[in-house]
Write a protein that binds this ligand. Structure first.
Ligand code: NOJ
Length: 542
């Protein structure tokens, strides 16, 4: 049974754009649902799970890359931007998926990978064929340093130097990630035209926007100066971080490129851009663009990057809110395909608190598939490692396979994900932690996500209301979300001890709307709100 979509009937709500009031759900396509038994998820698989996504109540899905790719970086090495990899399906299957998604009033975002192509992309094949190739300047080629070595000290994100020697033409090319991912030269107008046309290709087909891969990397120093040492580097960190990315990321020219992308998206109605940007929040703000003509949402990764401590998170939320320019809409991300899952980072007991935080903060929430059933990082035996990051820089815990394991749909064969052999191992807990079982359990994390989303969709205060922080004691975060007369109080206990929160000062009658334990609805509250360990609550004040 599909629930009716709950939308607050209020004119104010309608004045917000879908990407402001909605919830984004990230699908890692290799691991969501496999329809053909090859052990790898595909578009038809996603299509078969739209009932579930509609039941869950998300407003938009973002699908990580599905384009033809040699899969050196599992799709982030694109060899053709305007087709679908046969592993995932066909353009016709994509059209069918998009039509079904739209029929459910859900939006679809694609992943746009503008910084680099695959080394198999015909552009790069041509570029590397000769120094006189018409596409030579589409990539970043440099002569060796006087000693014959690489032109400078730039490093690759996935280990080793960023320059790859090309024997045939006697020059190095630059790659910010794998050597199989040569960086495009966005200073070249032909590259700009070709890559902006890629956006148009998909916009014409009806996609609602893009998540833009490593947006801050798009321009590099024209003088190719050495990057300086990072004084904060400590052993155990990724070797890439030994240097600061001063001359390889977040250059002022990036903003011009972002503005071009925004210009293209604005040729169409109601479409949007989300930028993947790992920068301090102060710098993140620039990506909204001067006067808001940059990315609609520069991803805010603070909930992923900060230690799971009430004080630090509360301070970060306030700081972020204070830094936002007047035209900027906030957003929050709890997980993605590159970082440890929330139920592992914060611990399973805090997963519900994290869900409540994500879905009650002001700003567009982005959820990562499987977090709604409390999936955890899955340890990967060495002989099953797939991620090139782990292969290049082993043993530091940088590998991303643990967070990309198959969605756990049921206790059946292959966790209901595949009838074949899954490309990554299944979580050992799949027999008890799966959609089928948790959906039927009214106290499960999945039921909590469902309730929270339902509430967010029906409460203007939660989706688009104002945010006001409140002082709170140890281990607690408290804030109000208000819309007109409607006042909702959120209090979250990040600790494993019981805590109290004084509500008498709020001078209102308080009744509990939702607890992360899913057992206190409609409870009338006195002067003190009692919170159990790891409990979060939403309280209605009248
Ligand atoms: C960021 C993506 O999220 C990650 O998965 C990918 O490996 C790199 N960009 C390179 O495209």
């Amino acid at each position: 049974m599909i629930n009716e979509v709950v939308v607050p009937k209020n004119a104010e709500f309608a004045s917000f754009r879908w990407w402001e009031r909605g919830i984004i759900y990230q699908i890692y396509p290799r691991s969501f649902m496999d329809s053909n038994g090859d052990g790898i998820g595909d578009l038809s698989g996603i299509r078969s799970k739209l009932d579930y996504l509609q039941w869950l109540g998300v407003d938009a899905i973002w699908i990580s890359p599905i384009y033809p790719s040699p899969m050196a970086d599992f799709g982030y090495d694109v060899s053709n931007y305007t087709d679908i990899d046969p592993i995932f399906g066909t353009l016709a299957e994509f059209a069918a998926l998009l039509a079904d998604v739209h029929a459910r009033d859900i939006k679809l975002l694609l992943d746009y990978v503008p910084n680099h192509t695959s080394d198999h992309h015909p552009w790069f094949v041509e570029s590397r064929s000769s120094r006189r190739s018409a596409k030579r300047d589409w990539y970043i080629w440099r002569d060796p340093a006087p000693d014959g070595g690489p032109p400078n000290n730039w490093r690759a994100n996935f280990g080793g130097g960023a320059w790859e020697w090309d024997e045939r033409t006697g020059q190095y090319y630059y790659h910010a990630f794998l050597k199989e991912q040569p960086d495009l030269n966005w200073r070249n107008p032909e590259v700009q035209r070709a890559m902006l046309d890629v956006l148009r290709f998909w916009l014409e087909r009806g996609v609602d926007g893009f998540r833009v891969d490593v947006m801050h990397h798009l321009a590099k120093d024209t003088e190719f100066r050495d990057n300086p040492a990072n004084a904060d580097f400590k052993p155990g960190m990724s070797p890439y971080r030994e240097l600061l990315a001063t001359y390889t990321a977040d250059l002022p020219e990036v903003q011009e490129i972002v503005a071009m992308m925004r210009g293209v998206v604005e040729e169409y109605d109601d479409r949007m851009l989300v930028g993947e940007i790992y920068l301090p929040v102060e710098r993140l703000m620039a990506y909204y663009g001067a006067s808001g003509k940059g990315a609609h949402l520069p991803f805010n990764f603070q909930l992923i990057r900060l230690p799971w401590k009430a004080e630090e998170i509360a301070a970060a939320v306030e700081r972020y809110e204070a830094l936002l320019p007047s035209y900027a809409w906030p957003n929050w991300v709890l997980g993605n395909h590159d970082k440890s899952r929330i139920a592992t980072r914060a611990g399973p007991a805090q997963a519900g608190v994290a869900a409540m935080l994500l879905l009650t903060l002001r700003g567009t929430p982005t959820m990562y598939y499987g977090d709604e059933i409390g999936m955890r990082d899955v340890p990967i035996p060495i002989d099953r490692v797939q991620d090139p990051f782990e292969k290049n820089v082993p043993g530091l815990g940088l590998g991303r396979d643990p967070v990309r394991t198959p969605m756990q749909w049921s206790a059946g064969h292959g966790a209901g994900f595949t009838r074949g052999v899954p490309w990554l191992p299944l979580g050992v807990d799949y027999a008890t932690n799966n959609v089928a079982l948790l959906k039927d359990n009214p106290k499960s994390i999945l039921s909590l996500y469902h309730r929270l989303i339902e509430l967010r969709r029906s409460e203007l205060a939660l989706s688009v209301g104002e945010y006001a922080p409140l002082p709170a004691g140890e281990d607690l975060i408290a804030y109000m979300r208000n819309a007109g007369e409607r006042r909702l109080l959120i209090v979250l206990n990040f600790g494993s001890q019981e805590r109290r929160f004084n509500i008498s000062e709020l001078e209102a009658q308080a009744s509990l709307l939702l607890s992360t334990y899913l057992d206190r609805e409609h409870e009338k509250l006195g002067a003190e709100l009692e919170l159990r360990s790891d409990e979060g609550v939403i309280v209605e004040l009248r």
